[in-house]
Ligand binder design. Structure first.
Ligand code: NAP
Length: 282
């Protein structure tokens, strides 16, 4: 597993982490998904992403169970406050609820899930207070356009804006035009969510063929090549979600792949970047 500096947040993170949206809610599928998370941690995918929104808090509880017994310092746990809770006081309270569900004393990263109606300055002030109180180590945003990401960063005084978590997959490369370079220039990490784009890019014949060619060369799978391509930039990380041990193993192994210039050109041609436009979200 490769590690890279997480923006200017004074920590190195694995290039591949684990998402948790839509984890199975019960029965043997839930237990398998928890085993998958633990297996991923063994393999180095220790950046665990969740949100108070997922399963209305149920996924934070699921994750809290999955990591029970694992040394806390091995993990990098990220969760998110809903915009509807993101007043100053609401953010402080939402963080406490998330901590209780995760059964943790502190978060590693706390994000505003998407821009909302409360003044951004107020939310950022609360995030900074949470750092000061030791409730989270780092703070960031999600689904923010370049301008609003920079605005959020400008409200932080004592800590940097660690990251912006955004949609990024081979079928949706719009952030390469402006957002990734602007973030890199200011030491802000980009965390790619939905890196498999719901599988759509794998169904496009031209793209599939290009990925398969590169995959054969590296003795890898098309999904692994996709993850390696997405995380090729210094400041970009990916958080695929997988509820099965075999999927987690496949994804984690992508964190050791190194693509060469020819591979990058082949993938770039098969999945064109497209024109600049508004930030894509789910
Ligand atoms: P994704 O990671 O692109 O895709 C997840 C799907 O891919 C699941 O069906 C999973 O199957 C399957 N999969 C994973 N690894 C696979 C493999 N090696 N082979 C075959 N299939 C595989 O989609 P996502 O869950 O939307 O995004 C990832 C994470 O990003 C989320 O879980 C969440 O933490 C975060 N996210 C954030 C936002 C935001 O607004 N900030 C929005 C969306 C997502 P199984 O689960 O059955 O293994």
């Amino acid at each position: 597993m490769k590690y890279k500096p997480f923006g200017t947040a004074r920590v190195d993170l694995p290039v591949i982490g684990q998402g948790t949206w839509n984890m199975p809610e019960g029965g043997s599928a839930r237990r398998e998904a928890q085993r998958a998370i633990a297996r991923g941690i063994d393999l180095g995918t220790t950046h665990l992403d969740t949100a108070e929104m997922y399963g209305a808090g149920g996924v934070e509880e699921f994750l809290g169970e999955a990591i029970r017994g694992i040394a806390r310092e091995k993990l990098f746990i990220a969760t998110k406050v809903l915009p509807s809770n993101a007043s100053y006081q609401g953010t402080l309270e939402a963080a406490e609820r998330s901590l209780a569900r995760l059964r943790c004393d502190y978060l590693d990263l706390y994000l505003l899930h998407w821009p909302g109606a409360f003044p951004l300055e107020e939310t950022m002030e609360a995030l900074e207070i949470l750092v000061e109180r030791g409730k989270t180590r780092f703070v960031g945003v999600s689904n923010f356009e370049t301008d609003s990401m920079l605005e959020a960063a400008s409200y932080l005084r004592a800590v940097p804006l660690a990251c912006n978590q955004v949609l990024y997959h081979l079928g949706e490369r719009g952030i390469e035009h402006e957002l990734i370079p602007a973030a890199r220039q200011r030491g802000i990490a980009i965390v790619a969510y939905t890196p498999f784009g719901r599988g759509g890019f794998l169904r496009a014949a031209k793209g599939r063929a290009a990925l398969e060619t590169v995959a054969r060369k590296h003795n890898a799978t098309p999904r692994q090549i996709a993850l390696a391509f997405l995380t090729r930039e210094q400041n970009v990380f990916a958080i695929p979600k997988a509820a099965h041990v075999a999927h987690v193993e496949e994804n984690a192994a992508a964190g050791s792949l190194a693509l060469d210039a020819g591979d990058l050109v082949a993938i770039d041609e098969a999945f064109p970047r497209g024109r600049p436009g508004p930030l894509a979200t789910l």
